[in-house]
Write a protein that binds this ligand. Sequence first.
Ligand SMILES: C[S@@+](CC[C@H](N)C(=O)[O-])C[C@H]1O[C@@H](n2cnc3c(N)ncnc32)[C@H](O)[C@@H]1O
Length: 339
Amino acid sequence: MSVQEQINKIIKNFQKINMQDFVQISNFEKKLGFYNKEEENKIGVKGHFITSPEISSIFGIAMCNQFINKNPKATKVHLLELGPGNGHLTNDILEQMHGHKIEVLSITLLEKSEYFKKKQIKKFSKIENFSIISDIDEFHKNKDDLVFVYSNEFLDTFGHKQYMYRNNNFYEVFITIKKSQHLLTLESSIQSEYIKKDYKYLDFKDGDILEHSPLIDFFIGSLNRNIKKYFFTTCDYGYTDYSKKSTLRALRDHKKIDLFEFFEGVDYSFSVDFNRLTKLFEPNESEIQSQSSFIKKYAPNFFNNKTSDEIDIIKNLLTGTKENEMGLIFKNFNSRNYD
Ligand SMILES: C[S@@+](CC[C@H](N)C(=O)[O-])C[C@H]1O[C@@H](n2cnc3c(N)ncnc32)[C@H](O)[C@@H]1O
């Protein structure tokens, strides 16, 4: 059954599907979901979109330098990448760790996509102490061992629920079908009171949209329960000023498409709410900065060295020159759970 048929079946049975479930099915349906569908290239120049670790190793160098800067006494570490895709970032970080004489005790990739798992096995299976897990609850290390947890464009793939504020209440956004057309519809939500309390620091007006991912809340909760000593860093598409609009994007072959234009071969993603992330990591202290500041701070040599046309293109892609480029709309978030 195609992704569209599966979604239509749910709508037929329940009259609707919420945004979170729509995105989770579209992205992760076992055979035909975006991240599982067999195809030559998914991420990269020849894929549907390109990511920072695919552009340059400078990104991994910056992440490793940040780890060393924040953990200057570390001599041994477990590596855990969340959502590694083609695995370039772990490759680059591993190389950097060796260069800095930091012993890598184990490498774990948390990956949900069967398509990417095959690529990762091909790349890393000869490395000692390498494993792939599908669930963060499978990750167990000694409580005193330091774990370096890192990711790029991981949390933006998590489904979010969407709500619209009206007359002092939040209504949930659903997808339904009328006259063979997929449409958005609103329904009053029993979660409205809970959401109002949880997001009371924001001032909502009629028509504003609130996006909330119970899946991200649950994931960060599990990470905090399972890993006793970590340094966590991630770069993602997101915001610190709540836009109160839908951030759901649908991408196919490097182009933005309309929500219901295609149901397959589409990467759906949301912008990450970095203030929410800060709250989820409390009582740990967290830091948020633009990807541009992050790379300039932790890979300064790359910026100070003589440039070529190729290096200029990489610099601009990673750190941005305009509002809509990676460096400014992408942010780095980091946190650690020990002193
Ligand atoms: C947008 S891709 C980014 C890949 C890579 N980090 C990069 O920057 O090129 C998202 C990755 O996260 C994985 N992923 C998304 N949600 C996941 C989850 N809940 N558990 C494990 N992996 C997940 C996807 O399968 C994919 O490998």
